[in-house]
Design a protein around this ligand. Structure first.
Ligand code: ZN
Length: 81
């Protein structure tokens, strides 16, 4: 069985089930907890930004994941400039 590790918190995902216990976002694999944090972080930022633009939204997600990879967790209170 393939071992799957969350790209953000680096923990192994036991019994990986796609879209249930782990989530593939772009080129990254996220565990459920990190995916939830990512969704919250994105939502917090999206609320402050209008109009909605998918290019910008996609970049925001990748930025949050890449920062999360460095810090081993998704940063929720992100002040995005
Ligand atoms: Zn994780």
């Amino acid at each position: 069985m393939k071992h799957l590790f969350c790209d953000v918190c680096k923990k192994e995902v036991l019994d990986p089930i796609p879209s249930r216990t782990f989530f593939h976002v772009r080129e990254f694999d996220l565990c459920e907890a990190c995916r939830d944090d990512l969704e919250s972080a994105v939502k917090n930022t999206v609320r402050m930004k209008k109009p909605f633009d998918f290019m910008w939204y996609d970049k925001l997600r990748v930025d949050l994941i890449q920062e999360g990879i460095k810090k081993n967790k998704i940063v929720l209170a992100k002040t995005h400039s």
